[in-house]
Write a protein that binds this ligand. Sequence first.
Ligand code: ATP
Ligand code: MG
Length: 402
Amino acid sequence: MNVLFLAPNYPVEMQDFTRGLAEVGARVYGIGDGPVRSLVPKVHRSLAAYRQAQLFDRDATLAAARSFGARFDRVECLWEPFVELAADLREQLGVPGMSLDTARGFRDKELMKERVEAAGLRVPHHARASSAAEVRAAAAVVGFPLIIKPIAGAGSADTFRCDDAAELEAALAKTQHVKELSVEEFVDGDEFTFDTICINGKPAYWNVAWYRPRPLISRTNEWISPQVVVLRHPEQAELRGGVQLGHGVLAALNMGSGYTHMEWYKKQDGEVVFGEIGARPGGARLVDQMNYSIDGDLFREWARAVCWGSFEARVERKYNVAIIFKRAHGEGRITKIDGLDTFMQKYGRHVAVEELLRPGTRRRDWKQTLVSDGYMILRHPDLAATLEMADEFGERVQLYAE
Ligand SMILES: Nc1ncnc2c1ncn2[C@@H]1O[C@H](COP(=O)(O)OP(=O)(O)OP(=O)(O)O)[C@@H](O)[C@H]1O
Ligand SMILES: [Mg+2]
């Protein structure tokens, strides 16, 4: 089993997927942007060979792939910007797996909605626009409030809610550099994920997580400590509509084998609406959270699913798992952390991971990375207890910078 794996070392989550591939018996060939010496030991020992190439340079990456002189059984990439590149390489190298056309359906937010809608599933009213005039015309059809966002965006970048024409003009001024935009009906409600590891389009594992608050709000208000809560009971009646929608979306987009990460909305009246989906796992430690919820290794199980079409972890959902991201007060370097000792004394036995930046470290850009100035992962069998701890962490533990 020869696997070409793009971006095996960065982003940091990829390191465990690389390890997982090696652990299920694949010979792993890596191509990434960094030099060989930048590979962490775990990646280094999991790779049979490595080439450095700029992944945004498609021809250079293809040449690097050919230079291994190996016949690949799989070409994989779990980093969003290069999921299409992996599909392109598959076609060039005659390797089975997701086609370029299918990969586009997981990346182009308009094509995605067209396909999901064609399957009779509920998507926000939407239109594609590539000029200010087209955005205004789309707004006239979609109506206010609306959202404008890049066709192939990530991290809520360049995403704006507009409640009237004046706000739309302000958003247009801020998105002049974006080539193509999606204009969407604003869907009010709660926001959830539907995550899977699929084998031939069927979820061998699935998960629902709850965003507190909605990502667009977390991503535009620095004072908030955003939470993502992996739910122990994703089969509950309140979530059924979203899970059914998720299964429909996988079929509509012709999912094969691998990870998916979907976002969906639940309105106050109970209606569920599709948000977006990627053919890769969610970022910002979501795979770790899922692992903590079942005491499993979903890095390795993904590898088993794509290499051998099997899934061996026992999915016994034991915990709700909350991650809480912190943003420090002030700019510059972290100077102190308040409230952590008290919190640990009270709840330490429920803490799975504590990764707050320590005094002396420079603050991260919270707009660029959801991980911000660090995070804590907590788990508890009871949801109310999980949320109480998560809220207390958000309120009582504070980082300061100068
Ligand atoms: N039609 C909509 N109605 C309401 N809110 C929306 C809508 N579209 C986007 N949003 C808000 O903006 C956020 C970002 O949008 P979306 O998920 O489409 O883009 P993204 O930048 O790819 O996201 P991610 O942060 O997951 O990478 C959503 O999580 C949601 O909170
Ligand atoms: Mg999103």
